[in-house]
Structures are given as structure tokens and as C-alpha cells.
Design a binder for this molecule. Sequence first.
Ligand SMILES: Cc1ncc(COP(=O)(O)O)c(C=O)c1O
Length: 493
Amino acid sequence: MNNENSRVSPVEIDKNDFKEIGYRLIDTIADFYDTINTKPVTTGETPKQIQSVLGNNSLPVDGSSVSELFIRTSDLLLNHSLLNGHPKFFGYITSSPTQIGALADLLASVVNPNVGANILSPMATAIEKQTIQWLAEFIGVAPSYGGVLVSGGNMANLNAFLAARTAKAPKNMKEDGLANTECEMVFYCSRATHTWIDKAATLFGHGTKAIRRIPTDRNNKMNTEVLSKTISEDVENGKKPFLVIGNAGDVSTGVVDNLSEIAAICKTHNLWFHIDGAYGIPAAAVPEYKDLFKGIQEADSIAIDPHKWLYAPLEAGCTLVKNPQHLIDTYSAHPVYYNFDNSVDEPTLNYYEYGFQNSRGFRALKVWMALQQAGKNGYIKMINEDIDLSKLLFEEAQKHEELEAITQNLSIATLRYVPKHANEEKMNEANLNTLNEKLLNRLQQGGEVFLSNAVVEDKYCLRACIVNFRTSKKDIHEVIEIIVREGRKVCEN
Ligand SMILES: Cc1ncc(COP(=O)(O)O)c(C=O)c1O
């Protein structure tokens, strides 16, 4: 009932109820973490089965008890989800999420700052700024780099792409648009580049024909000789090259391109140098692997995803730009309905001017808190251990007579099952590909381990990407046994 001094709303929770429900939820979550390694990675339920567990109720007309809602929702999510926090989850590039990240997300939602404008989020904006400085420091680039947190790798790369175009296009591009630009703008990446590049070409109006997909060499790195030649040919043919993208950990096999050579080519031709480090660039912080990333200091922009190898819960990506003014030049607008620049003594940092989003959540908090919980050394240890585990998986596959180890880079290993009698049975590559595809499907449904796939030189491979601080050596040995056991079963059927 409302009275003049207070209002009763259907979503308000009474203080004592809030505590009781909250404590119970935390207890449930703590038990979940404690037993996660005993659960299946996935229940393998079909969408139909999931739908029947969820039910088909229509929109509730009246409200329900929050306490009961949490009991039911905890069951739905904790018992019917794929658990990427499981120690044997190695699929795609999705990490085990930090627990501190989960708590930070709760706190961020409570305060609910709109990190689009400083005036709406004074502390959150300062924390995001510090998080970005720490990310730059972590991977070893100059403190001049600034940027913005985004939802993930696609957005981090798209955000940088448009900044690159604004910087390198004719000055009137923003007003006149692409259609009125005199020569066709083209850009370069390796064949191993993630599909975000196709979205960029479509979204920003270049068309996918403007993408120059440079072949890779024997080590799967972008062939820089071909890159150089292709740029020169394009210039001769009246095109306007503006951007080269290097991979720092390609999505399939984790290869890091020769970044310093790409940087030099960009310098020669006055092109923007972007690094897609969404997955792999945190490994630049590990002393043993630093040299692999030589040239990152030259990058005009870098994509890095805390929700990959910094173990942040989804979603957290980041665009870093050597000169952040390029982001402002690209995205800033000053409509009359904003009163965001009212500081007299210092320029105001308003993140809506740094990317596509206007209203923005407080993604930075989970990253900022985890960076402090583990510290730089803690992260270096986790990343290094993930790489060692990936190497162990590769070596165990090399030793096993029914496995073929294919590639190992950063924390990604690819391998395939090859039955002992493959030669006698005259199994050709096509048969082996079919066998391994069936095996992958079986493993993904089975719930003991979750792998994904890669196609390397036409070989269909099982792919394990370890961005998982819960995985141990024991898990790796067990995964080898599971793959071989299930591989034999697929052959029998
Ligand atoms: C190298 C690389 N770039 C970009 C992406 C896209 O990231 P997201 O899925 O967070 O958009 C991925 C995803 O795996 C990736 O590995």
C-alpha cells in the first residue's frame, strides 16, 4: 500500500528478506564451485529437453515469491548449463570465470553506474580508466595507450577498425561518406583472421572484396612478403590501403604473426597497424614468451579480451589505442541534450565518446578487482601454467600411437584420433576427417570433456584451448584417455 511518505513497489525486497535470499544464494553458489569438478561439463540435453525443463508458461500476470524464484532459477542454471568453469572445459576461447568477477558484477549492478559519462559514474569512470592503464601495462605497451572496455573481441576489433579508417581516410570522410571517397579503401589481414573482419567489411560499407586475405606461411603466420607485394600492387592500381591487422594468437591454432615485420611494412606505407590480440596478447606479459610479441609497442591499436585469457566472466573486451584521440575523433558528438563537459579545470573523460555504446555498464569492475586479487605475477603464473598444460596435452598426443599431434601454440593444441590399423584399413584423409568429426560430436555430448575443432591443412582436428585456471595435469592425462577410449568406440560403430 502506498502512503504519502513511502511507496510500495512490486520489485523492492525487504532488507531482511534480501539478506536471507542473498545468503542462501551465496551458499548455493559456494557449493556449486566446490563440486564443479564432479559435475558433467554439459548434460548434453537437447533444446527440446531443455525447453521441457523450462516449461512453456505464458508471461506471469501477477508476481511471485523472490525466494522461490531463486530456488528454481538456481536449479535451472546450475544443473542444466554447459559449465565453462569446469576443469575439463577447453572449448572455443571461453575461460573459467573468476569468482571475484561474479561478486564484482553483483556490486556493479547494485550501484548501476552509467559509465557513458563521467558525471553519471565518477568512481566507475576512474576505475575503468585505471583498468585500461593496467591492461596496457600488463602487456607491456606505453602508458600513452588509452581506450575503452567493450563487450568482447568482435566489438574491440570493430571499434578499432573505424578509428583506423577515420585516421587514414580523407579528412572529409565523416561528412561525405564512403560512397564519395575517390579511391577504394582496402585492408589486409592473414587468412587465419577471425570472422569479425567480414562483419567490419559489411558493417562499414567496404564490402568483403576490400579484404585482402594474405596467405600464411608454413608456420601459419601471415606471409609478410606477400603482404608487402599486395600493398604495392594495390597502390599501383589506384586503391587506398589503410589498415593491416596482425594476429596475436589466431582463433584456430593460437599463432602469433610476425608483428615487428608487419609494423615495419605499415610504417613504410603509412598504414594503421592493428593487432587482434583478443585471445593471445596477455601471454606477452610472460617473460618466456615476450619475444614472440616483439612489435606490439608499434601497434596503433590492440584488441584484448579480459573475458578470454584474463578469466573475466562474460562480457569484457577492450580496445587499446596508442593515441586515444583517434577514438574521440571517430565517435564523439555533442548533442544539445548532454551536459557532460561541465568541468572547468580538467578535460572530462566521457566513455560514450570512445566507442559505439552510449549507456554503458560497469564491465571494468570485475577486471579491476581480479587484477588486484592475483596481481601481475598471479596472472603470469596462471597463463604460463595454461601454456604448459597445452604443451603436455600435445606431448601426450605425440607419444600415443592412436593420436596424431598436429599443432601447439600458446595454450591451443590440436590433435586427431588415428586408429592403429588406419593404414591396413586404407583410411584416407576424408575418412579420418569424418571419424574425428563424429568423435568431436560424441565428446561434446558425452559431458566428460568439452573440446572444439580446427581444420589444419585440410585435417579435421580436435582442438583444446586451455584458458582455465582450474585445469590440472591429471585432467590432461584423463582427457587423453577419454579421447582414445571414445575414438575406439566411434571406430567400432
Ligand atoms: C583472435 C580472436 N579475435 C576475435 C574474437 C571474437 O571475440 P568475441 O567472441 O569475444 O567477440 C575471437 C574469439 O574467439 C578471437 O579468438
